[in-house]
Design a protein around this ligand. Sequence first.
Ligand code: FSX
Ligand code: SF4
Ligand code: F3S
Length: 388
Amino acid sequence: MHKELKELAEAWYARPIEDRLGMTRRGFMQFCATLATTLGLSRGAEAQIQKAIEQARRPSVIWLHFQECTGCTESMLRAEHPTLEKLILDVISLDYHETLFAAAGHQFEAARIQAMTENKGKYLLVIEGAIPTRENGIYCKIGGHTAIDLARECAADAAAVIAIGSCAAWGGMPSTSPNPTGATGVDSILDRPVVNIPGCPPNPYNFLATVVHFLTFGTLPEVDHEGRPLFAYSRLIHDHCERRAHFDAGRFAMEFGDEGHRKGYCLYKLGCKGPETYANCPTVLFGDVGAGTWPVGCGHPCIGCTEQGVGFEKPIHTLAQLKSVHPPISFPRIHEQQGSGAKTGEAAVIAAVAGAAAGAGAMLARNLGKARPADAPAERTDKDGGSA
Ligand code: FSX
Ligand code: SF4
Ligand code: F3S
């Protein structure tokens, strides 16, 4: 780096973090508490997170783009929270990013090699987009190198590899049948563990929380059998959806714009895939602009964008397979205030409001047919309900 630029950067990072982020000290501490909550950490972890963000050397991040729409990057940087993108860019040192860099051509290629050499064994490799494998990967090339070769070359000396978005996690939209380019997820072409953060686009908080976990504890968070962090992908959307009480009571929207839809009833019969999709969308929300800012909250069925075999695979209005018919032991509040500073993600805690619906299972079994609620309720069939 140019000497003057280096001095400027050093002076900038010598300033207190709240100055750099343009937030109050209290706001920063609340933010750390929110991240600790999102990660499902025990009491006191927010102090460790706070210390790590303030004091740790920012990990170098090399960010590659392959087959995708750049929505992951866009959603991260366009987040409405005034400090989220600042925090992400403050927590990591983004040393190579194909969308954000001003450099081009050979200069750009040189930046990648330099970042890899200077941070050998220590950098985080983030991959956005699917890897085309058909015909030796010729369907995606950057600087003359295929996505397969670039991913393998950059992963060789990385401290950890994060696949961001459903495309990178399992192929996502580019892998939709008939998958002409043989698009696949990053982990299928690397012989090392990959943390997957699916979603199209994924929630920026899940990426930030994963990086902060690495920064704080030196390890990546615990993952499920598909490589997804448990803190974000261990619960069904259906089990923490604000419309769940309507599902249990048999109140469904049958058409877009009908009375049930206008009243905010359950979207199951419009094809909502919440009952077979694992993600924290209902509690973390998107964009920090208010309550209900997630697909179902806005009145559209979840399409299962985080779930391989569901998102971009099952027709949007096909009924979901029910992974569970048991009523949850708690429900989130229907109207939770969002959008003020560090409050985002705290809905995860607030979700612990008591309210098991007695007899909801029986109601459920009676009301899952396609008939309108006013009609004689049809018995549930496998076609309607799946493996319950
Ligand atoms: Fe797009 Fe990212 Fe979807 Fe894919 O997000 S939002 S197509 S997951 O890789 O850019
Ligand atoms: Fe919510 Fe969809 Fe489940 Fe209905 S089916 S409760 S809208 S997740
Ligand atoms: Fe995707 Fe469904 Fe969440 S469509 S963003 S997994 S609500």
